[in-house]
Each structure stands twice: as C-alpha cells, then as structure tokens.
Design a protein around this ligand. Structure first.
Ligand code: UDP
Length: 476
C-alpha cells in the first residue's frame, strides 16, 4: 500500500496547536494511507512551558502511529523591541526565522517507526502566521495548503486588507466608519476591527499573510458551512482564491488541562454544577490570556451579584498585581454573600463546563476556540472581546450570526486610553437578557449546535469537505 505524508507547521500556541492536532487525527482516521508530521516551533518562555506540557501529553496519547510531533531546535527569538511594537509581527518573524530548520527537518525526513519505507511527502500545511513556510514548500517543490484555525469571516477580513490597502495604503483608524467587507453580511464599523488593524506593524504583517494565502493550493477552515454560510459563500465564489474546504468544528471535546489545575479543583467544579438546575448557571471565562484591572473586576462582581443568577467565574490575576488574593481583588464580602450560588476559580475545565446541562450562558472574550466550543454545545454567548481578532468575532456573532448578545463590543485589554470600564448596570442588563428562558436566541443557538455536530458526522458538510480535500491531495 502506498503511503502519503502531510507536514504541518502550526503557530506555537495552544489555540492553534489543538485544532492542528484534531485535524491530523481526522485525516489519519479517514484514510489509512495518510501520515501527518507536526513540526513544533518552541516559543520563548513563558509561552514555551504550556506548549511543553501540551506536547508531552499529546505525544503519549494513543492515536495510532501515523501522527508524530517533532519539536524543532530552539533558536534566538526576535528582539523584545519587535514584541513591543506588535505581537503579530513578532510571531511572524519568529516563525520566518525557522525556515531553514523546517526545510532541514523535511529533507532529513526522520524514519517513521514501524514502517519499512517512509511515506511520500505530498504537502505542507501551514497556519495563518506561517506564510513564510510557503517559500520552503516552493523550494522543495511540494504544494502548500492553509489550515485557518479561526473563522471564515475573519479570513475574509484578511483578504479585504488588500482591497483597503490599494485604496488607502495605510492601517485603519477607529474613525474610518462602516466598511463593506464581502465576508460579513452587514457593514462592519471600523472601531470593531481587530486590534492589530490599528497598528502599522500588525496591519502590514497580516496584509502580507493575506496576500500570500492566495499562493496556496487550498484553504481549510475550522468552521461549519451552515454556521458561517455568508462568509463561506463569499470565499468560495471568489475566483482569485484556491478551493475552500470547511472542516470544523475541530477542538478538544474531552477537556484538557495544561495549566496545572489540580484534578480535585476540576472535580469540585463539576460536582457543584451537577447540583444546579438545567440552564441556570452563567459561565464567565476569558481565554488563556484574558485579564482585568481591579476597577473592572469590581464592576463585574457588582453586576453579577445584582443579577441574582448562579455563576462560575474564571479569573486570572494580573501578573504584576499588588495582590492575587480573590477576597482583596473583589468587593468586600462578595465571596461570602455569593458562596451559595457562585464559584470563582482560576483555570476552568471550559469544554466540560460548556457541555454540562446546568450551563445556561457564557460571557466570553470570543476567541475562536471558545466560540466554537460554546456553539457546539448550544450555549449562547454574551460578548466581551479583549484582544486579537475577538472584536470582529463578537460583532459577527451578534450582528451576522445572531448567536450572541452584546455585553460589550469595544472593550480593549491593555488600552486604558480608549477602553471604557463596563459598568455593573450594563453587565446586569446583559446577564438578565441572555439568561431569560424566553429569549429566542437560546433556541437558535441550541439548533445551531445540532447543525454543527451533524456537519462532522458521515455525510455532513465538514465530513464531505475533508473527503474532497483528501481526494485532491492524493490525486495531485
Ligand atoms: N480554556 C480553558 N480554561 C480556561 C480558559 C481557556 O479550558 O480557563 C481553553 C478554552 O476551552 C479554549 C482555549 O483555552 O479551548 C482558549 O482559546 P480561544 O481561541 O478561545 O482564546 P485564546 O486563549 O486563544 O485567546
């Protein structure tokens, strides 16, 4: 039997590695001739240690012997001045500096265990920050493909950057007004654009990635066709783009914890949830990096308390905070007064919580993984974007897709000049609205969850799309 291999280069962060691993699992499950190598770039500390824990765990997982993870030798990262200018540019430079190492890893093609001959390499699958690796694919004369770990509409925004740049030749300003972006059903107010859009280095970096995506032979997206139908149609009908494959939602259905929570903490949370009535608990969690200054935390606590709902609130303290003690960060007596109806925790077993029948709604920063995990489980979202592309995701969820209510759309973490504190009253109002059992949005999200789960089943749109992709790569 002939054997074929895809080599993947994901961005080194959990939010990108997880969907890549799931993608690899789907590929080898679907065709026994396929092998996948995932090349891991180890980022500098402190990011590196979480990645290490993750790699250690997945490397020992029983996923057959046709997926392997190779951690590349670490090299000097770009300067911290680059990081201060733009994290997007920094990550792109870091990855670009690995080009010769990735090329060597592919050429040396270490032997696979338990096979008499190595599979034939038939493609390089890159992540959104990794377009520099298209050079490597070209030098080795292998086709490259993009696996886009965020949504189709955001991908459409990255293509829109060329349209904008041709006309204006500059980054955006929050005052640029409404933008007609083909991938969004409604005009997008520029104040809701991703944070990098307003910073020259970040804008240039993503503009360049968007241009280079078109050099690939195919684009796979971690979405479901019916969930983002407008965006997917707009991409699929663009003659300038390579074929588009919707293969989502790919995420870790089994909750994993690489952040060091003890098992008993997680068990305590789940035991508490077991005792709550169906759809009664509000879950608040803001991704791997979401943090708030103390004045904002206090307003959130007051809003939560006034709303009267039960809650599960994941809080991460500021790195340089004066105190990390919850009772000193939150209003006096808050923990005592709410102890019978709320839990405040650190890292939360998010997927398990969203899957629990007691969970009624999710106050989320609208990172793409959190979004798809919530929709998959039919849990409506109240939006609180913080950084990266979360603002445009939140806008899309509220306005285009109607699976979320707006709590805030323009709060920006680390931007005290522009970001206003969200007041307790706004918090309370949004919570009451989203937890209202009569709110039709709740049923819409439940139905959409079912649509998304069906997409991955045999005969579903994502199942078929992945099959088409496999046929294409094996034929070329
Ligand atoms: N996550 C979690 N517990 C937490 C915070 C986050 O399990 O307390 C997981 C969450 O389930 C998701 C990922 O971390 O899979 C966050 O990814 P997302 O794209 O939503 O946001 P990012 O962290 O990249 O901003």
């Amino acid at each position: 039997m002939s054997k074929f291999e895809l080599v993947c280069v994901p961005t080194p962060s959990i939010g990108h590695l997880v969907p890549f691993c799931k993608f690899a699992e789907k590929l080898v499950d679907r065709d026994e001739r396929l092998y996948v190598t995932i090349l891991i770039i180890r980022p500098p500390t402190p990011w590196g240690s979480t990645i290490d824990a993750f790699i250690k765990r997945i490397s020992s997982a029983p996923q057959g012997n046709r997926i392997r993870y190779i951690t590349l030798a670490q090299i000097e990262p770009p300067s911290s001045e680059e990081l201060a200018k733009s994290v997007e540019k920094y990550i792109s430079l870091l990855i670009a500096s690995y080009r010769p190492i990735v090329k060597d890893a592919i050429i040396s093609n270490k032997s696979w265990p338990d096979t008499d001959s190595n599979p034939k390499i038939i493609g390089l699958v890159i992540d959104m920050f990794c377009t520099s690796m298209i050079d490597v694919a070209n030098e080795l004369d292998i086709p490259s493909y993009l696996f886009f770990t965020s949504g189709a509409a955001f991908l459409g925004f990255l293509f829109y950057l060329s349209v904008w740049d041709e006309q204006f030749g500059r980054e955006f300003k929050p005052s640029d007004g409404d933008l007609n972006i083909a991938a969004y059903a409604h005009p997008v107010p520029s104040k809701f654009l991703p944070t990098f859009s307003f910073v020259k280095e970040g804008y240039d970096s993503f503009h360049n990635h968007g241009v280079r995506f078109k050099e690939t032979k195919g684009i796979l997206i971690n979405t479901v066709e019916k969930f983002e139908s407008h965006a997917v149609n707009s991409l699929a009908s663009d003659p300038e783009l390579p074929p588009v494959y919707t293969v989502g939602f790919l995420f870790n259905i089994e909750a994993q914890n690489d952040k060091g929570n003890s098992k008993s903490e997680d068990e305590e949370i789940m035991k508490w949830l077991d005792q709550q009535p169906p759809s009664s608990v509000l879950f608040l969690c803001f991704g791997s990096a979401g943090i708030f200054e103390p004045p904002q935390l206090i307003q959130m606590a007051i809003g939560l308390e006034r709303s009267g709902v039960s809650f599960l609130w994941s809080i991460r303290p500021l790195v340089d905070a004066e105190t990390t003690k919850l009772e000193e960060m939150l209003p006096e007596g808050f923990l005592e007064r709410t102890k019978n109806r709320g839990i405040v925790c650190g890292w939360a077993p998010q997927v398990e919580i969203l899957a629990h029948k007691a969970t009624g709604a999710f106050v989320s920063h609208c990172g793409w993984n959190s979004t798809i995990e919530s929709v998959w489980h039919g849990v409506p979202i109240a939006t609180w974007p913080l950084y990266a592309e979360q603002h445009i995701n939140a806008y899309q969820l509220v306005r285009d897709l109607e699976v979320a209510v707006e709590l805030t759309l323009n709060y920006r973490m680390h931007d005290s000049d522009h970001s206003e504190i969200v007041k307790a009253e706004e918090m309370e109002k949004a919570i009451r609205h989203i937890m209202d059992r009569e709110n039709p949005l709740r049923k819409r999200v439940k139905d959409m969850g079912e649509v998304c789960r069906n997409a991955l089943m045999e005969g579903g749109s994502s199942f078929i799309s992945l099959g088409r992709f496999i046929e294409t790569i094996l034929d070329s």
